[in-house]
Write a protein that binds this ligand. Structure first.
Ligand SMILES: [Zn+2]
Length: 348
């Protein structure tokens, strides 16, 4: 498992956005791995911090409408970002946003987010076997990117803290380059991967599995607006596994059956993107993730199940960090990576 982390990217708070996304998700995880007597010495060799990809408007437009893609690169960016990060209420007042505390104007978050999308593309590309794979001693079919997983962005609007959908942008770029054909997206975030499902609805090359809270955001959005227009958050994934509050004990067995169903529907993809998600954790700090309260042990079982499933089928996988809020989110990243780097690498 290689690790990808861009420590120089400014956090959301830099732009005045008050969402409890903490740098410790990455920094504490990496620090704890470094301190581990067995894993620590290998970290400098597997941790990549150099940014190698550039995302342009034409890349964004492979997932989003031309108008929306153009808007993000224009004077309309601020208005689109206020919606994407939900920084304005129905009365037009700011919420979770304090421009006075910002070091840079909101619109300047666009190039920063595109660098994050670049990280997603870089992590996907890094796990693909190249023509020289057998001679490349550095090749590893797994990468964990401490970023990405913006699975709520829709075709013509941003949503749920996600201005653009990095997953679909990166997959379609690799398809356009002829590097891959089919892919799986396996989404364990507490919130349904609604944007990814909607963007790939008519795209048989990308199959999606989402296991998520049965109730609550984004599934509590009315399915139709006042004019009868359907809301795309209700678009089905290829395999949806909604978990009600009373079903949490069955989370892992339900996921196991879902993964088998995904494979039946779409065998042998070239690549899997795992939208990791630490926010189903019982100690997560985001109010809207409260309807899933999984233990640390359950989340390790989730992550072992997905990793073994992919490894046994020799499907390379890029892991994107996705949700995870408050001071304990790093624990979920750390326990999985520690397991992969000790027991998981062999005979898993
Ligand atoms: Zn989430």
């Amino acid at each position: 498992m290689r690790l990808l982390h861009f420590p120089d990217l400014p956090p959301l708070s830099h732009f005045g956005i008050q969402i409890p996304v903490l740098d410790s998700r990455a920094t504490t995880t990496i620090e704890m791995l470094r301190r581990d007597p067995i894993i620590g010495p290998s970290i400098p060799g597997i941790l990549e911090t150099e940014e190698k990809e550039i995302i342009r408007q034409e890349d964004v437009a492979r997932a989003h409408s031309d108008e929306y893609s153009r808007g993000l690169f224009s004077d309309r960016a601020e208005e689109l970002l206020l919606q994407a990060y939900e920084l304005i209420d129905q009365e037009g007042k700011y919420r979770r946003y304090d421009p006075r505390s910002a070091h840079q104007p909101l619109r300047e978050i666009v190039p920063v987010q595109l660098r994050r999308v670049g990280g997603t593309l870089q992590s996907l590309r890094s796990v693909l076997p190249g023509p020289t794979v057998n001679s490349d001693r550095n090749y590893d079919p797994y990468c964990f990117f401490f970023g990405g997983g913006f699975h709520h962005a829709h075709y013509d609007f941003g949503h749920g803290f996600c201005p653009v959908n990095d997953i679909v942008i990166a997959l379609r770029r690799l398809q356009a380059e002829g590097r891959i054909r089919g892919a799986w997206v396996i989404d364990g975030d507490a919130h349904k991967g609604d944007g990814t499902a909607a963007l790939t609805r008519d795209d048989e090359s990308i199959s999606t599995l989402s296991i998520h809270m049965a109730d609550g955001w984004p599934l509590d959005i009315p399915p139709f607006d006042a004019r009868g227009k359907p809301h795309p958050s209700h678009t089905p994934s290829t395999v949806d596994i909604p978990i009600g509050e009373e079903e949490q004990r069955d989370y892992v067995p339900k996921l196991a059956r879902g993964l088998e169903e995904l494979e039946r529907r779409h065998p042998s993809p070239d690549l899997a993107v795992v939208v990791f998600g630490a926010d189903p954790y019982v100690l997560d700090g985001l109010e809207s993730a409260r309807k899933l309260q999984l233990s640390r042990e359950q989340l390790l079982q989730r992550d072992q199940l997905i990793f073994r499933f992919l490894k046994h089928r020799a499907v390379p996988a890029a892991y994107l960090m996705a949700g995870g809020y408050g001071p304990y989110a790093w624990e979920i990243n750390y326990q999985f990576l520690r397991w992969v780097m000790t027991e998981g690498g062999d005979g898993a």
